[in-house]
Design a protein around this ligand. Structure first.
Ligand code: PMP
Length: 404
């Protein structure tokens, strides 16, 4: 008798699904489509030569150790470099409370494993990072959503929420949020840290884009503002060096650190030993600063190209965020428009984006979409936005938008 597989799966699989959007986006892998859908870094910026040299050094000087099992906590010299780098941004840490993870995506999964019983509530911004929602879905999280405005999470609303209910943590993306490109203002950051203190609630601060600022002043991370040890901070090399090696890190209070190590051990024992050693060599002597400056210059130009093209080609009833950094611009179409329908037409015109509803834990946001500017050249961005502008105009001309 063949196994009826679906009757064997755990209940948690109910929250694990591939969205219909993913299916449409499969179409966008064709070479003649310009995809603004992914969140990929520009591959031409990967420091291939530096990595080649670093791996060569590691394999010729410490080859056997680099190919051996290693400690779950991570390679101490790499953690030392990270601690020094974060100190420049006001984050106090030491190798003792930095856990190297297989990308910050793993950190999100470990946090779910550590904190969430089925049905536990966590606070997420609306919209929020899809990969985090997917990670927390596996642990059957219940989402309490907090709206955002141009200054990021509405901390006044959060204050009211926490006055009346217990949540396991607040998941926050203060810098150039994925997907909305918005940045949390300094006042909101201070308020959020005060609220966490007032209610004794943990904050998970996810910060993959903090160094990729193209205009304005750097704002302090929640971790650097926190005096009570309430913030768990997630960092990653994915956007400032390369995502392929899967290297990220968590800075956690010592108590939580111990548990995260116990959560990581059964997941993968440790993150790749050879990569950690190679990253140490690439990151240790100032190369990272020069490299980040180069990435910033390239992405700055791409963002500006996209924003200028949108001014020219998008109709006046469409609004968008002017991301100060990161990889994304967020577009708001008139209420009542469904960007998933727009995507079908956009793909016919050979341009793709991610419909915004995917990022909303409450299923709202049908009129929004996320556009990526890091993974296309300026010429491709011009062309893509012109195509998209054409599709939007045609679509809005045809679709009767209900009055609010
Ligand atoms: N958090 C956010 C907000 C992200 O945008 C991403 C990647 N797109 C991640 C976490 C995961 O990054 P990684 O696992 O590559 O470090």
């Amino acid at each position: 008798m063949p196994v009826a597989w679906s009757s064997f799966y755990a209940e948690r699989t109910a929250g694990m699904y591939s969205s219909e959007i993913r299916d449409i986006l499969h179409l966008t892998e064709k070479p003649d489509i310009i995809s603004l859908a992914g969140g990929l870094p520009a591959p031409e910026l990967f420091p291939v030569e530096e990595f080649r040299r670093a791996f060569e050094w590691v394999l010729s000087h410490e080859g056997a150790t680099a190919l051996q099992y290693g400690p779950t906590e991570g390679y101490v010299p790499l953690k030392q470099v990270l601690a020094e780098r974060m100190a420049k941004f006001g984050i106090q840490s030491s190798p003792d409370n930095i856990l190297i993870t297989s990308g910050s995506q793993q950190a999100l999964d470990l946090l779910g494993k550590l904190f969430l019983n089925p049905g536990d509530a966590i606070v997420v911004e609306n919209p929020s990072y899809l990969g985090a929602l997917q990670a927390f879905n596996c642990y059957q999280a219940r989402y309490v959503i907090v709206p955002m405005d141009e200054n990021g999470m509405r901390t006044d609303v959060l204050d009211e929420i926490l006055a009346s209910q217990r949540v396991k943590f607040v998941y926050a993306l203060p810098n150039f949020q994925n997907p909305s490109g918005r940045t949390m203002s300094l006042e909101r950051r201070q308020h959020l840290v005060r609220i966490a203190e007032k209610y004794g609630v943990p904050i998970v601060e996810d910060d993959p884009y903090g160094e990729l600022r193209y205009e304005g002043e750097h704002l302090p991370s929640l971790k650097s503002l926190d005096r009570s040890g309430n913030v768990i901070y997630l960092g990653t090399f994915s956007k400032i060096l390369a995502p392929g090696f899967r290297l990220g890190w968590v800075v956690a209070p010592p108590e939580v650190f111990r548990w995260l190590v116990l959560a990581k051990q059964p997941a993968d024992l440790h993150t790749c030993t050879a990569s950690q050693r190679a990253f140490y060599h690439v990151a240790k002597d100032g190369f990272l600063d020069r490299h980040v400056a180069r990435i910033r210059a390239v992405y700055h130009e791409r963002r500006d190209t996209m924003l200028r093209a949108m001014e020219r080609h998008f109709p006046p009833e469409v609004r968008w965020t002017k991301a100060e950094g990161g990889l994304f611009v967020w577009v708001m179409l008139p209420e009542g428009v469904d960007s998933r329908e727009l995507l079908v037409e956009a793909v016919q015109e050979k341009v793709a984006f991610v419909p915004g509803s995917a990022f909303h834990a409450d299923g709202s946001g049908h009129n929004t979409m996320r556009l990526n500017f890091s993974n296309s050249t300026p010429a491709q961005l011009e062309e893509a936005i012109e195509r998209l502008g054409r599709v939007i105009r045609r679509f809005l001309g045809r679709v009767a938008v209900p009055s609010p």
